[in-house]
Design a binder for this molecule. Structure first.
Ligand SMILES: Nc1ncnc2c1ncn2[C@@H]1O[C@H](COP(=O)(O)OP(=O)(O)OP(=O)(O)O)[C@@H](O)[C@H]1O
Length: 286
């Protein structure tokens, strides 16, 4: 009576409570697998494991060898232990790095490139003049305005914009190739670019906003870089003030404080690690 009540309670057939016949699994040779459908076999064993009576004695842990114990546990559970990974490899990420001009995006990316493997830093195409020290194909693909517009016409760019009078765009093919090889992709774009990419990717990419610790530090950095005319400086600083307000559209903020570039790089790495460990993975497709 009690057993019948227990079975109804557990939504089980009475048969399940009976001891199962002994069915050892590999590595004991010459025995048939328990089921021709390993998935189903594993599932049923998981569901019933804690209720199934132990049909063979398990040797004392301190006396038995590892393989003997393993075999006894397998036999008692009614299925072998799978060597397959319990969790799949994480999906390749698309990481969009943005922030106001002069905040240190390039400096951060340069350091990240030195410290972390498995990342591909997308080389943007631009129609702007090469700055001293920059390398074609490494810092940017420097192309003429006409060449750039040809790429737009052939739909070769994921996103492009006219930034301070120069075109900048992200070649699609480069991203596809590196994602197929398992690389995480880092895209460095201005705020407008990040907004466009958010529309394209939605939540399937990671958006990181790089900030300085204060407005004054940001302006000092831009002045210190000595790459802008005074007119361009004014435009960049005024724009930066507005751009900071866009932070709410991003997933993460990285404060790149004066003299603390290494901390910002570490935070970037932590963000990537956390994203890789997510149960619900992002799945960006281009
Ligand atoms: N943590 C930091 N401390 C001090 N100086 C920094 C720091 N990070 C970057 N810099 C310096 O600030 C200046 C601006 O940095 P960087 O060129 O990387 O900015 P950016 O965000 O890429 O700018 P832009 O969008 O205009 O290209 C550079 O001279 C860089 O060396």
């Amino acid at each position: 009576m009690f057993r019948r009540f227990l079975c109804t309670f557990l939504h089980l057939q009475p048969l399940i409570l009976r001891p199962k016949p002994f069915k050892p699994t590999s590595p004991i040779p010459n025995l048939k697998p328990i089921s021709p459908f390993p998935q189903i076999r594993r599932l049923s064993s998981q569901m019933g494991d804690f209720r199934r009576p132990i049909s063979v004695p398990i040797p004392a842990v301190e006396k038995a060898g590892r393989s003997e114990l393993l075999r006894a546990l397998e036999t008692s559970l009614g299925s072998g232990f799978s060597p397959d990974p319990l969790w799949h490899n994480p999906n390749p990420l698309i990481i969009v790095v943005s922030g106001p001009s002069g905040v240190g995006k390039d400096a951060l990316i340069k350091k990240l490139r030195e410290t972390r493997e498995g990342l591909h830093f997308v080389v943007t195409a631009t129609s702007r003049e090469m700055r001293p020290g920059e390398v074609h194909g490494k810092d940017y693909y420097f192309v003429s305005k006409d060449e750039f517009l040809g790429m737009v016409e052939r739909d070769e760019l994921l996103e492009y914009a006219l930034v301070y009078g120069d075109y900048k765009g992200i070649p699609k093919q480069q991203i596809r190739e590196f994602m197929a090889r398992g690389f995480d992709i880092v895209l460095r774009v201005d705020i407008q670019g990040a907004e466009t990419l958010r529309k394209i990717f939605g939540q399937s990419a990671v958006f990181v906003f790089v900030m300085a610790e204060s407005e004054v530090k940001l302006v000092e950095r831009l002045i210190g870089r000595k790459t802008e005319t005074k007119e361009a400086l004014l435009v960049r600083v005024a724009t930066a003030r507005e751009e900071v307000k866009h932070v709410k559209n991003f997933d993460y903020v990285v404060v790149n404080a004066e003299g603390k570039l290494d901390n910002a790089v570490k935070l970037m790495e932590s963000i990537i690690d956390a994203e890789k460990a997510k149960v619900l993975q992002r799945n960006a497709v281009i």
